[in-house]
Write a protein that binds this ligand. Structure first.
Ligand code: NAP
Length: 258
């Protein structure tokens, strides 16, 4: 399917690996030039080299996207991008009693205030040009809580509330904002969470993963490439009527009728 976005420019944050890379690659396949961000320069350059094989320009900015200076450097490179994909690392797991104000501030900065700051900076240009797409990578935890990810549940729910209103304010200008809610995908993040579960349950990591996969109707973790394809579709011309939605991509794991 021709997504109709060849020649557009996208900023993909936290995109050297995992779900962010999946989104970047799907956009590159659709002919979108990229500004790609992550903190560590070496894996970022490796990722950019892989993406350039799709024949698109890829500019890299090694920076912590949750830090205001990092955001400023990324935004300077992004200029007037047509597409924004927000992403950052997820907060650590724990118990409700583990976290104090500074833990919540970090989680809110990374998973709520950073995407809001990026949208605040980039939406005006999209509105002026009469076309734009924003996709925020959040989590299935906004539809059904993951108890040990209380920091993530809290911060991402705040972002979801912000997007619900903002998406309706910018839609008249040809700009859509939507969230994709990943379930468990095979990435470094799921490995780290499996490692924690393995230690807690007294099993090895392979068994922890087997148990995790058995809990998903598709009996497997998601593939970041498939996740990226959903992101690219939300950025397509065809998706112009999808506004302010929260799309679960979780293999049916979240047990909901709607
Ligand atoms: P991942 O495989 O660990 O990849 C994270 C990517 O983000 C890497 O490229 C990393 O590169 C970059 N990154 C992390 N923190 C950053 C920061 N502060 N600034 C810039 N770049 C940063 O993670 P993932 O599985 O793709 O997860 C992406 C997001 O989806 C996370 O928020 C995660 O909590 C959420 N999520 C994931 C799953 C899952 O099953 N995978 C499920 C639900 C939600 P550097 O380390 O070099 O910066």
């Amino acid at each position: 399917m021709d997504l109709g976005i060849a020649g557009k420019r996208a900023l993909v944050c936290a995109g050297s690996k995992g779900l962010g890379f999946g989104c970047a690659e799907a956009l590159a396949r659709a002919g979108v030039a990229l500004v790609l961000n992550a903190r560590n320069a070496a894996p970022l350059e490796e990722a950019a080299a892989r993406l350039r094989r799709h024949g698109v320009e890829v500019q890299t900015v090694a920076a912590d996207i949750t830090d205001p200076d990092g955001q400023a450097r990324v935004l300077a490179a992004a200029g007037g991008v047509d597409i924004l994909v927000t992403n950052a690392g997820g907060p650590p797991p724990g118990m409700w009693s583990d976290w104090d104000r500074s833990d919540f501030q970090k989680a809110l900065d990374a998973n709520m205030l950073t995407p809001i700051a990026l949208m605040t900076a980039l939406l005006p240009g999209m509105i002026d040009r009469g076309w734009g797409r924003v996709v925020n990578i959040t989590s299935k935890s906004v539809r059904a809580p993951i108890a040990q990810l209380g920091l993530s549940n809290a911060a991402r729910s705040g972002l979801t509330g912000y997007v619900a209103g903002t998406a309706r304010q910018v839609a008249p200008h040809g700009v859509t904002v939507n969230n994709i809610l990943p379930g468990t995908h095979a990435t470094a993040r799921s490995d780290a969470l499996d490692q924690g579960r393995a230690a807690r349950d007294g099993v090895d990591i392979d068994e922890a993963r087997r148990r995790g996969e058995a809990a998903i109707p598709t009996l497997s973790y998601g593939d970041p490439a498939d996740f990226g394809a959903v992101c690219a579709f939300l950025c397509s011309q065809q998706a112009r009527f999808i506004v302010g939605q929260n799309i679960l991509v979780d293999g049916g794991e979240t047990n909901l009728t709607m």
